[in-house]
Design a binder for this molecule. Structure first.
Ligand code: NDP
Length: 309
């Protein structure tokens, strides 16, 4: 009953330490030192080599080492019928909301302009809009989006959310489904993307949807780089339709040195660091799922393969 750590790009030491601290008896192997493929029942994955998972005939659960599962579902050779799970962690949720608030407030309070003024020793008071006059639209009202919406609301912003199905988040207006998308976009002075990456949401931040935002709108993308058509953002910024963007995620990561985002005056960027996964915080839920799988129970935080999240 082996648990396999299959995350070639991650440093495994801290993960292994914290998983073992939950249960020293776990038969935990680190890919590529797998041993007998038949023994593997639980695979913990981050950016695994495509085709690898089908080599384990007794696999009973594929666990994502993050909130998203797009890195797992992009494997065309996933073993059929094996449940896929994701992490859910209050600390990561709080960290993402903090990032979103920081991005929104730094934009509305014009910190970048003050920084430029400071360099020129310019004393210019800029009158900010009152938060209740700033409409923030959150795309995705799941674990991350719902918390961000609540905290933006608590900071005084006029908040709306867009999800596949209608949601009730206190104080936030709910828009749902493709039929509501344009209405939702038309009232978002600041658009925050916290959607999962699925076939339906890939490229959703594009020329058409960016054009549907009010003139001068600001974009925050902390979900996945592939939600955004990057050249469409550049065009929207350069035409003056958008006033700026704060981006944490990119189509290619690390962002290539020659990428125009690095030097664009309208873009603030961070290196996929909006919300960090702490192995110590999530090791208990990983080991709980391993135990459940071993005893024939359904794992927690299983994603819906049809929806892709
Ligand atoms: P959840 O699965 O909890 O929520 C997803 C939300 O998106 C739901 O409200 C869902 O609607 C909505 N949604 C999905 N598809 C559509 C669609 N086609 N149209 C409209 N709404 C849709 O996800 P999380 O909140 O946990 O995470 C979101 C993503 O954030 C992750 O998948 C990951 O990619 C990214 N992320 C980024 C991090 C970073 O550091 N930058 C860190 C962690 C996560 P409904 O509720 O109706 O189903």
């Amino acid at each position: 009953m082996t648990m396999l750590f299959l995350a070639p790009e991650l440093k495994g030491d801290s993960w292994i330490k914290h998983i073992r601290s939950q249960d020293a008896g776990i038969d935990l192997r680190v890919w590529p030192e797998v041993g007998r493929a038949e023994d593997v029942v639980f695979a913990l994955c981050w950016q695994h080599p495509p085709g690898e998972l089908k080599k384990y005939p007794n696999l009973k659960c594929i666990g994502s080492l993050g909130f998203g599962v797009d890195h797992i579902l992009r494997d065309p050779d996933l073993p059929p019928g094996v449940p896929v799970t994701r992490l859910v962690d209050p600390g990561m949720i709080a960290a993402m909301s903090e990032y979103v608030l920081a991005a929104v407030l730094s934009h509305t309070r014009q910190f970048d302009l003050y920084r430029q003024d400071q360099a020129q020793k310019k004393w210019t008071a800029r009158i900010p809009k009152r938060p209740q006059d700033v409409r923030v639209g959150v795309m995705g009202l799941g674990h991350l989006g719902a918390d961000a919406a609540l905290k933006l609301r608590a900071a005084g912003f006029a908040v709306a959310g867009w999800s596949r199905t209608a949601k009730q988040v206190e104080g936030a207006r709910s828009f749902a489904g493709d039929s509501d998308l344009d209405l939702f976009l038309a009232q978002a002075d600041i658009l925050v993307c916290l959607l999962p990456l699925t076939p339906a949401t890939r490229g959703i931040l594009n020329r058409r949807t960016l054009a549907a935002l009010p003139k001068g709108a600001y974009l925050v993308n902390a979900a996945r780089g592939e939600h955004l058509v990057e050249e469409d953002l550049l065009a929207a910024l350069d035409s003056g339709h958008l006033s700026g963007a704060c981006l944490d995620v990119f189509r290619t990561e690390p962002l290539p040195e020659a990428h125009p985002f690095w030097s664009h005056p309208g873009i603030v960027l961070t290196p996929h660091s909006a919300s960090h996964t702490y192995p110590a915080a999530v090791a208990p839920q990983i080991v709980e799922n391993y135990r459940r799988v071993r005893s024939g129970q359904a794992p927690l935080n299983r994603i819906d393969m049809d929806k892709g999240y």
